[in-house]
Design a protein around this ligand. Structure first.
Ligand code: NAP
Length: 338
């Protein structure tokens, strides 16, 4: 049986690596199960211009490399594998288990930071043509659509960002959105409108995607959401940019999630319904979803985990950690009868 770790961090976006950095610096020797596609959604972005401290901007993958290196520098141990199953204790001071394949890793605290994934439209042809014309990441795949007509589905900042990027490659980008109003910020919308080869098709929803002769995407069938009229739009590529879904499957049934699957945390803290289990980043946050806010909540989760280990009666204080003063304890266990 494996040793009981102080903290296991599941996930490796800005939240996971920040939690790793803080817990490593608190001498907690964290184990990070970072997944094969470590770095999270920022691996699929180009320029990040809104992360403070990088006045000239930084590429998403490079930023995640730096986050990772910084956590490693202070001793975080990284396991580039997927967490397959968890068993989270209901007891204060209980031991939680996380399985990677057949290997069980045990810990007093767990930080959940699995992030979010791209949402799907759920229409006919979407799954069968995925990778054959349909993609969820223009930054990754735009170069495959040089000088051909393309579609972006969605009306938020992601859709605008993807459309602007794609417009540098494709002959034409049609932004298909189900309403005439856009959720995107004014500045992003204006930037998209400035591009000569970006066209707006509203209010339309995608009814189905249809393959062409080659077997790859040939056209999309759209329905006018006001009149019900249909139209066919020729496109070799379609990028779906309609938001994200939290990656909470691993913990469902054990950790409370809201109606959209986001992990629920207690007030301003990162505490979940299981003692010693904390949630951070896009897994928890459906409002802000920024790299900087995810990193901030990863820091909060690390401090919550640290305080839990230090201050919870019945939890052995890790050797490397100073003994807490109960008068200043930050974490009051919910199960404390007093
Ligand atoms: P979002 O703001 O939630 O927008 C999602 C868009 O997809 C909405 O226009 C929505 O339509 C549409 N949509 C959702 N489900 C749909 C469905 N089933 N069928 C058709 N359309 C559907 O998501 P986001 O654009 O990914 O942005 C998320 C957050 O990240 C936002 O806070 C955004 O500001 C931020 N972000 C910022 C930047 C940047 O500043 N550079 C870039 C990307 C993202 P309705 O409007 O009709 O609901």
């Amino acid at each position: 049986m494996s040793e009981v770790e102080n903290v296991i961090i599941v996930g490796s976006g800005p939240a996971g690596y920040t939690a790793a950095l803080y817990t490593a610096r608190a001498n907690l020797n964290p184990l990070v199960i970072e997944g094969f596609a470590w770095g999270g959604l920022l691996q699929q972005t180009t320029d990040v211009e809104n992360y403070p401290g990088f006045p000239a901007g930084i590429m998403g993958p490079e930023m995640m490399m730096k986050f990772r290196e910084q956590a490693e520098r202070f001793g975080a141990r990284l396991l580039t594998e997927q967490a397959d199953r968890v068993e989270l204790s209901e007891e204060v001071g209980g031991v939680h288990s996380v399985w990677v394949g057949d290997t069980e890793h045990r810990a007093r605290t767990v930080v959940l930071a699995m992030g979010a994934e791209h949402k799907k439209l759920g229409v006919e042809g979407e799954d069968t043509l995925a990778g054959r014309g349909i993609s969820y990441c223009a930054t990754c795949d735009a170069a495959f659509f040089k000088d051909v007509p393309t579609i972006i589905v969605g009306g938020g900042d992601s859709a605008m960002e993807e459309a602007i990027f794609l417009s540098k490659f494709a002959s034409k980008v049609m932004i298909v959105h189900r309403r005439a109003e856009f959720r995107a910020s004014k500045i992003m919308l204006e930037r998209a409108r400035e591009q000569e080869n970006i066209e707006f098709l509203t209010p339309y929803r995608v009814e189905r995607f249809v393959a062409g002769d080659s077997g790859a995407l040939g056209h999309a069938e759209l329905v006018d959401t006001e009149t019900g009229e249909t139209r066919e739009v020729l496109a070799s590529g379609t990028f779906v940019a309609i938001g994200h879904e939290p990656q909470s499957e691993l913990v469902r049934g054990q950790i409370d999630v809201d109606e959209n699957g986001y992990v629920i945390t207690d007030g301003r803290s990162t505490r979940t319904n299981r003692p010693g289990v904390f949630g951070a980043g896009d897994l928890v946050d459906h409002t802000y979803r920024q790299a900087v806010t995810a990193a901030g909540s990863g820091c909060q989760a690390a401090l919550d985990a640290e305080w839990y280990l230090r201050d919870t009666p019945g939890v052995p204080v890790p050797d490397a950690m100073p003994i807490g003063d109960p008068a200043t304890a930050q974490w009051a266990p919910a199960a404390d009868p007093a």
